[in-house]
Design a binder for this molecule. Structure first.
Ligand SMILES: C[S@@+](CC[C@H](N)C(=O)[O-])C[C@H]1O[C@@H](n2cnc3c(N)ncnc32)[C@H](O)[C@@H]1O
Length: 291
């Protein structure tokens, strides 16, 4: 779970707004150690200015180095902002996350620039594994991509795809808290959650998927490996699967061959029945450390 990760380029072109203000608003999830995730930024320590006797800055960057120094400082700030937003998403409810981004949709760009930078260092992208799986299935299936990010699933498939996220960067993306989507009941063949079970109320996202899925519909979940690694403070993957089975699904297969994530392929039972009380395991946040 810890290949070197760099966030140097993250958000160079982005605005950095509300860092201190937003950090203050950050709520923390108590009692759970964070899931290990690759460290974020990026830049080597910035040299502090040292004054010589004449009062001149001895370590002042030479003219040619000024822009690279500024870039490094920007990357560091941007990396910090990404980590703050990432922690926010893992430690609040979907409803709070929706309100938060609605107030400042630019923060969504900051988050996704940082996220894409992180993912560029993963040996395999879970979303690509899911896209390839879907390509091998029926192109007439209707897909719902819960927490779609940059809507890669919709962009790479012929299927009808409902892309859902907290903010809509493009008209095809439905902006909502995915615990409450506008999708019709029993209208979807495949529901996808690719690293998107972030909110503390994640079971309500799966309940929503259950509502919109047709009988025998697929539920495909990719989740960060360390969140489901009991030896590392993560949840027991068996308990996680059992809870989803109690929701009315069968576990068809589990793909554990990737170092960074686990993939679950569930299918809604033809005559599915939700258990009266489901023992959902708590999923710890996946926090990115600074290097
Ligand atoms: C880690 S990103 C993954 C993005 C995409 N699935 C991928 O694999 O590239 C998780 C996404 O889930 C979205 N998300 C988290 N909670 C959400 C909620 N309650 N409602 C809608 N989207 C949510 C985030 O905004 C973010 O875009």
């Amino acid at each position: 779970m810890d290949p070197p990760q760099e966030l140097a380029a993250a958000g160079r072109k982005r605005r950095r707004r509300g860092g201190v203000r937003n950090r203050k608003r950050l709520s923390s999830q108590k009692g759970l150690p964070p899931a290990t995730a690759p460290p974020t930024p990026a830049s080597p320590p910035v040299k502090r200015r040292r004054k010589d006797i004449a009062g001149q800055a001895a370590a002042m960057p030479k003219r040619g180095n000024t822009s690279s120094l500024l870039d490094k400082m920007r990357a560091r700030l941007s990396g910090g902002h990404f980590r703050m937003l990432n922690e926010k998403l893992y430690t609040c409810s979907g409803e709070d996350a929706f309100d938060y981004f609605k107030n400042d949709p630019n923060l969504f760009d900051v988050y996704h620039t940082g996220y894409q930078e992180q993912m560029s260092h993963w040996p395999e992208q879970p979303v690509n594994v899911i896209i390839n799986w879907l390509k091998s299935q029926n192109a007439s299936w209707t897909v719902a991509d819960f927490g779609c990010g940059n809507a890669a699933v919709a962009k790479n498939l012929k299927n009808k795809v409902f892309s859902i996220d907290l903010v809509s960067d493009e008209p095809s993306v439905i902006a909502c808290d995915m615990a409450h989507t506008p999708l019709e009941p029993s209208s979807i063949d495949v529901a996808i959650f690719c690293l998107s079970l972030m909110g503390i109320n994640y079971p309500s996202y799966l309940e929503e998927a259950n509502r919109v899925l047709k009988p025998s519909g697929w539920l495909v979940i990719a989740e960060v490996r360390s969140r489901l690694d009991p030896s590392n403070g993560g949840a027991d993957p068996e308990k996680f699967s059992k809870a989803i089975i109690q929701l009315g699904f069968s576990l068809v297969s589990k793909d554990v061959k990737n170092r960074m994530f686990i993939l679950f392929y569930f299918r809604k039972k033809e005559k599915s029945k939700v258990a009266k009380s489901i023992d959902w395991p708590q999923l710890k946040p996946c926090l990115y450390k600074r290097r």
